[in-house]
Design a protein around this ligand. Structure first.
Ligand code: UD1
Ligand code: UDP
Length: 384
């Protein structure tokens, strides 16, 4: 026996790989004698630029296990993950399982661990869109309600947990029936701060994409709500064309594979052809994390339906149009530098008009100070 606490970390989708790098780094730097980490990759994301690229550039340890589950329906994908995670948990007998965010990999980890009475640490707990037609909303709620240590990045997330009945007065020892909730800041900020300088030193993405600093809007789209609905997708892309033409700026759009596969099929042929013909619209493959940070940092405006990208816009003091009907990150819209425009062409154009003509100077530390991973590791140690 090493006397160390053993954790099994579950990753699967791109943002989880990115988030997990902050905890792995904290363990490597400050807790290597106290915490041993086993990493399990479900294989939910598997393309080189959706998975492997992050391990290399963010110094994430190679996963100890890869279930290679791949794509499929929600039921198939989640069930295959539960089966594989259960086998590993029985073999490894960890003290804790660490789960990130709200994907099917998160839900699978929560189900497998709770049936084995393994304590769950949920990082990014408490976030709610209050829209249960989003698969992620179901995953978040179910995971939170069987977790033992719940780390919320925002005060709003913490308050959501309190409103759902989580007590702020529980005392150790903590269990799934007597959980502990924390407001601790956002580990994504840990990463943005940590990698920003490296990105500036090494990335050539602006040159490679043939754009200059401040001359483009950065766009990401991958939510099923948008990609799988031809009307919404066409409306968003019509707005993007409108911004490119009326604001005289380039558009850089690193495409998620989900969107890449469905773009031609779900866009109206008129909009698809106009996109293809417009040399100012640069549709590229999904990029690495360092390239993404660099693209965000030099953009004039960000348009996204991503949870992570809307926060990174704020971290890097950029205005952002959120291409969804609601957001879990309500602080962003309250601050004013982000506007919810859903998939409504005229709202998106109006938001671009508003945000490009304003200067936002004050970005209070709504997401902490970039030390959330250290805090989380300390609490895991204290509560074993
Ligand atoms: C998933 C998460 C979503 C998260 C997103 C991050 C769920 C329910 N959704 O959505 O919350 O915001 O990841 O990016 O867990 N594909 C590839 N190569 C890959 C991965 C996916 O081609 O490496 C394609 C496949 O056609 C697949 C589709 O993308 O069917 C969707 O992938 P999936 O992981 O099911 O959902 P995401 O939309 O990526
Ligand atoms: N990201 C990236 N390359 C891209 C697009 C996004 O590295 O081409 C990063 C982005 O910087 C953020 C994370 O992926 O850290 C967000 O993941 P995603 O948008 O896939 O999922 P979400 O946050 O919506 O769950």
């Amino acid at each position: 026996m090493s006397g160390k606490i053993k954790i099994v970390t579950i990753i699967g989708a791109r943002p989880q790989i990115i988030k997990a790098s902050a905890i792995s780094r904290a363990i490597r730097n400050n807790f290597k004698d106290k915490i041993s980490e086993i990493i399990l990759h479900t294989g939910q994301h598997y393309d080189e630029n959706m998975s492997a690229v992050f391990f290399n550039e963010m110094q994430i340890p190679i996963p100890d296990y890869n279930l290679n589950v791949g794509s499929g329906t929600h039921g198939y994908q989640t069930a295959e993950m539960i089966k594989g995670i259960e086998i590993v948990l029985i073999k490894e007998k960890p003290d804790f399982i660490v789960l990130y965010g709200d994907t099917n990999s998160t839900l699978a980890g929560a189900v497998a661990a709770s049936k084995l009475n393994i304590k769950i640490v949920h990082i990014e707990a408490g976030l709610r869109s209050f829209n249960k037609s989003m698969p992620e909303e179901i995953n978040r709620i179910l995971c939170d309600h069987c977790s033992t240590l719940l780390f919320s990045p925002t005060k709003t997330g913490f308050n959501n947990l309190v409103n759902e009945g989580f007590s702020t007065n529980n005392n150790a020892p903590f269990t799934a029936d007597n959980p502990k909730i924390y407001h601790c800041g956002d580990i994504m900020l840990d990463n943005t701060l940590y990698f920003s300088k490296t990105a500036a030193q090494h990335c050539k993405i602006l040159e490679n994409t043939n754009v200059t600093s401040g001359s483009y809007a950065l766009v990401t789209i991958h939510r099923d709500l948008n990609t799988d609905n031809p009307e919404r997708l066409t409306s968003i892309f019509s707005a993007i064309l409108g911004i490119a033409n009326t604001k005289n700026i380039n558009i850089v759009l690193p495409l998620h594979p989900r969107t890449a596969k469905i773009l031609k099929e779900n866009l109206s042929s008129v909009v698809y052809n106009r996109l293809k013909e417009n040399s100012g619209i640069k549709i590229i493959e999904a990029v690495s994390y360092l390239d993404m940070i660099e693209l965000e940092k030099h953009s004039a405006l960000i348009l996204t339906d991503s949870g992570g990208v809307q926060k990174e816009a704020y971290f890097l003091n950029k205005p952002c149009i959120i291409l969804r009907p609601q957001t879990e990150w309500v602080e962003l819209t309250t601050h004013g530098s982000s506007i919810l425009a859903d998939a409504d062409e005229s709202k998106i154009l109006q938001a671009a008009e508003t945000l490009l003509s304003k200067k936002f100077n004050d970005f209070p530390a709504l997401f902490g100070y970039g030390n959330a991973a250290e805090f989380i590791c300390n609490e895991i140690l204290l509560n074993n």
